[in-house]
Design a protein around this ligand. Structure first.
Ligand code: FAD
Length: 409
């Protein structure tokens, strides 16, 4: 049993921190206020090797693993606790890996090197207006006509829309669309690499809009609308009607990094509440930390954070054993329990950490200048949704523990 990182991993984390302390920490609040991650920052992150980490170098990735990706995402979220830049980072690690795993050679070469350099975006477009949890109920249609799919439908709450369409050379998504009858549910869904923007070129019939979100403003959340959009069939990822299965693998991997983002932001919150509790004095010069009503909730956050961190890195370690080291006998589905548990715990811990931070700061949390609420509203995006609702994590865990046939809805 060994709970420590390797020397290489420790050095890697230090290098990541050094970069982020200069590049991100001084401007994360400005990024949130101005709804814009500077393009230069994205490019620099690309040069640092923050994107497509688990993708092999021959496809423009970093040839790394999920543990390194989790370290990067945790640190990015610590240095931008609104988690906007962390979301940009985690999407551009998990979904490029799925494209690498299932995409054709041409598709990989078209998309992955740009994502790796911080010049492109490859996110996930799954959620639809009627509800995000029921991916098998996808209504967006892709009908094959000769060498094209004709796409009609609507996606909502999609991250990275402004960045894809206005900021980068390439904006693309792992698009989930129905390629067969609705009754066939998950067995008639395909994955298409949809390019919304390539050097300013936007497909005919494709429109987008940006939603007015309450937080995590640095990265946009938007809507994608498809009206007879023609996409060449070579943009199909893997086999037709297997998209649901690829998507589930992608979500399972992305959740580990979502969890990493949450522990990074929670660590920032913990440090702030400790500092405030030590320095704010009341009742004749006593630090508020001398009141157990203040110090005990902080102790609980510290304990929960440690538990969440262990789950996050256990899940990343499992992902590496399955996907990077390819240990015999392990399958992608062996990751389900670990990934869902890490996300469930890390998001709850993040929420508790920010709630405790708000209460420790009291009225001072209610002004923008202290940046406490900025972190709270960003983290909240993961409490309400994104990469699967928390109840869906409970469902996955129940299915793994009790058995699929016993927990069917
Ligand atoms: C800021 C933000 C960014 C996002 N980015 C993306 C993105 O990039 N790409 C993308 O595709 N989506 C994205 N999403 C959408 C996100 O993945 C969805 O919010 C999520 O899948 C849940 O879907 P929903 O919000 O429609 O809730 P619903 O599916 O309508 O669920 C509503 C409630 O019912 C509960 N529920 C649903 N089914 C069950 C069940 N079987 N058992 C128990 N409880 C259940 C849920 O837990 C939830 O509380 C984003 C969301 C946010 C808030």
């Amino acid at each position: 049993m060994d709970f420590s990182f390797t020397e290489d991993q420790k050095l890697f984390r230090e290098a990541v921190k050094e970069f982020l302390e200069k590049e991100l920490a001084p401007k994360w609040d400005k990024i949130d206020e101005e709804h814009w991650i500077p393009t230069e920052t994205i490019h620099k992150m690309g040069e640092q090797g923050f994107f497509a980490i688990p993708v092999p170098e021959e496809y423009g990735g970093q040839g790394g693993d999920f543990t390194s990706a989790a370290i990067v995402v945790e640190e990015v979220a610590y240095h931008d606790p609104s988690v906007a830049v962390a979301v940009f980072t985690l999407l551009n690690n998990a979904w490029p890996f799925i494209l690498y795993r299932y995409g054709s050679e041409d598709l990989k070469q078209e998309i992955l090197p740009l994502v790796g350099k911080g010049r492109g975006f490859f996110g996930i477009a799954s959620t639809e207006p009627h509800g995000g949890s029921d991916v098998a109920g996808t209504r967006t249609k892709a009908v094959k006509e000769g060498d094209y799919y004709v796409i009609n439908g609507e996606k909502i709450f999609i991250s990275g829309v402004r960045e894809s369409m206005k900021q980068l050379d390439l904006g693309s998504w792992f698009l989930i669309a129905r390629t067969g009858p609705e009754e066939a549910r998950h067995k008639a869904i395909s994955a298409i690499a949809f390019i919304g923007n390539k050097n300013g070129k936007v497909p005919e019939g494709f429109e987008y809009s940006i939603l007015n979100t309450i937080g995590r403003h640095g990265i946009s959340t938007g809507m994608l609308t498809f009206k007879d959009v023609k996409v060449p069939t070579r943009y199909l990822i893997g086999e037709e009607n297997r998209g649901f299965y690829y998507a589930m693998e992608g979500f399972t991997l992305a959740r580990i990094l979502v969890a990493a983002a949450n522990i990074g932001a929670a660590r920032w919150a913990l440090e702030r509440m400790v500092e405030w509790a030590r320095t704010r004095e009341l009742f004749g010069g006593r630090p508020i930390s001398s009141f157990q009503g203040v110090s005990f909730p902080i102790a609980e956050v510290a304990m929960e954070l440690e538990a969440a961190r262990l789950l996050v890195y256990e899940a990343a370690w499992m992902a590496d054993r399955i996907y990077i080291k390819k240990e015999p006998g392990l399958k992608p589905k062996d990751l389900n329990f670990y990934s869902a548990s890490a996300k469930l715990k890390a998001v709850e811990t993040g929420f508790k950490a920010f709630k405790t931070l708000m209460l420790t700061y009291a009225a001072n949390s209610y002004v923008k200048e202290t940046n406490v609420a900025r972190g709270f509203l960003g983290q909240l995006s993961y409490v309400v949704g994104a990469e699967g609702a928390q109840n869906i994590m409970r469902y996955i865990i129940a299915r793994e523990v009790i058995g699929k046939e016993y927990v069917k809805g």
